[in-house]
Design a binder for this molecule. Structure first.
Ligand SMILES: *[C@@H]1O[C@H](CO)[C@@H](O)[C@H](O)[C@H]1NC(C)=O
Ligand SMILES: *[C@@H]1O[C@H](CO)[C@@H](O)[C@H](O)[C@H]1NC(C)=O
Length: 210
């Protein structure tokens, strides 16, 4: 019930996200299998612990490469470092996808816990990231922060911190607790995947420590 209320109170800009989360809840009401994904549906304020960035490569093309890794500077400060190669402009003909797998109680990954799809990738991600968009692009040496993202090799200067990512961006401020592996990739207008990576994060209660 709490979750359904959350759908109503959140800002419209989050509709992409909340369509998905609400759908999960409605499924639950209908008794459809969502028990598998969310044994207790614990949800609420959270903080995130960034655990790892996992690189991957798409078999059919190599035009967008995320050579990234995480560097932990202190208990609550994690930086993204590395570099990103963009071989063709990323404009609004692309779709960005993020597929969340959640770790279950015996340590396996259950796929498709949440699926976020952002049509008009460049503009939507830009709006979704809010202040983080410019911070991220500038710290990877991109001066142009308008859409489309231009081809180039962007090298991290070791200054991009994730500390305020959630508060600066339009990510939901309430979320389901758990350990997630989030696989993200772009799809072009022919639905072909380009550029991918995964991050492993723990979504914890604000007061929870390791
Ligand atoms: C890191 O955590 C400490 C202790 O919880 C807190 O005092 C500090 O403000 C945090 N730093 C940042 C950048 O959030
Ligand atoms: C990008 O990262 C890869 C992998 O770490 C590295 O081999 C390459 O030299 C980097 N390229 C630039 C331009 O920094």
């Amino acid at each position: 019930m709490k979750i359904i209320q959350m759908c109503r109170v959140e800002k419209l800009i989050m509709k992409y996200i909340f369509v998905i989360i609400c759908a999960v809840v409605f499924h639950d009401d209908l008794g459809v299998n969502s028990q598998k994904f969310f044994p207790n549906l614990p949800v609420g304020d959270f903080r995130i612990e960034y655990k790892a960035f996992i690189r991957c490569q798409i078999k059919t093309n190599n035009d967008i490469r995320l050579n990234l890794y995480l560097s932990k500077k202190s208990a609550n400060t994690t930086e993204i470092r590395g570099n990103v190669t963009i071989g063709k402009p990323i404009d609004d003909s692309w779709t960005a996808n993020a597929i969340f797998a959640i770790k279950d109680s015996i340590g396996g990954w259950k796929d498709n816990a949440h699926i976020f799809k952002f049509e008009k990738a460049c503009t939507t991600i830009k709006n979704f990231l809010g202040k983080e968009w410019k911070l991220a692009l500038n710290s990877f040496g991109a001066e142009n922060t308008n859409c489309p993202l231009l081809p180039g090799v962007y090298v991290g200067k070791g200054k991009y911190e994730l500390t305020n990512f959630i508060s600066n961006s339009n990510f939901p401020k309430i979320f389901f607790y758990g350990t997630y592996k989030v696989r993200f990739f772009l799809t072009d207008k022919n639905n072909i995947e380009h550029g991918c990576g995964s991050v492993v994060v723990e979504v914890k209660r604000p007061w929870e420590t390791d």
